[in-house]
Design a protein around this ligand. Structure first.
Ligand SMILES: Nc1nc2c(ncn2[C@@H]2O[C@H](COP(=O)(O)OP(=O)(O)OP(=O)(O)O)[C@@H](O)[C@H]2O)c(=O)[nH]1
Ligand SMILES: [Mg+2]
Length: 173
């Protein structure tokens, strides 16, 4: 549905296909179609499953083999509602893959996502994007000042402000 809305090709294979081979095909297909951005979404992966983490390393390896400078970004999407467990997730994924950034989503809820402060501090991984809803333009660049204002519950620059929890039903997507 989102791919259609965005005009973005999707390459997928049958259930049970080797994820690394899906990525291989995806990069090859992009090359032959003259597409220069490939996003690999590794759905529903838990850091506690060793075999799935090994798969991720293999995916990374396949990508680097085909395009030596890649992956250009390795992003971990964290939910603002996840507490201490988010730090563990970040540590495990960072150790396995070397993350280049965090996407902090669900910032439109009541959670403030404060856990990323210690993640940024300890692992030195920047937050790059913030999710504040379910619409296309609800993925915002991370603005440290706006985040600090949001975290402390102050009001800041309306231009970059992270919205407060939505309780107006007309505002839902
Ligand atoms: N309100 C709100 N909803 C979000 C945000 N980000 C994602 N969602 C919604 O959360 C639901 C789950 O999002 P997905 O992107 O499918 O989550 P996922 O982590 O990829 O899930 P798996 O691939 O199954 O692991 C969807 O209905 C999204 O629209 C956000 O920043 N705010
Ligand atoms: Mg997903």
């Amino acid at each position: 549905m989102w791919a259609k809305r965005l005009g973005c090709d999707v390459l997928r294979q049958k259930m049970g296909a080797d994820p690394a081979s899906v990525v291989y095909d995806g990069i090859e297909a992009a090359r032959s179609r003259g597409i220069d951005v490939v996003l690999c979404d590794t759905a529903g992966r838990l850091h506690t499953k060793g075999s799935l983490m090994e798969e991720l390393k293999k995916i990374r390896h396949v990508s680097t083999k085909l395009v030596p400078s890649s992956p250009h970004e390795t992003l971990l999407v964290l939910d603002a509602t996840t507490g201490q467990n988010a730090r563990r997730q970040a540590e495990e994924f960072h150790e396995a893959l070397g993350l280049t950034g965090i996407v902090l989503c669900k910032m439109d809820g009541t959670s403030k996502g404060g856990i990323v402060v210690s993640i940024m501090d300890r692992l030195e991984i920047p937050v790059k994007l913030v999710g504040v809803g379910e619409r296309l333009d609800d993925l915002l660049p991370f603005e440290p000042a706006s985040f600090a204002v949001h975290l402390l519950g102050l009001s800041g620059d309306p231009e970059t402000e992270i919205p407060s929890p939505r309780n107006d039903p007309t505002q839902s997507p």
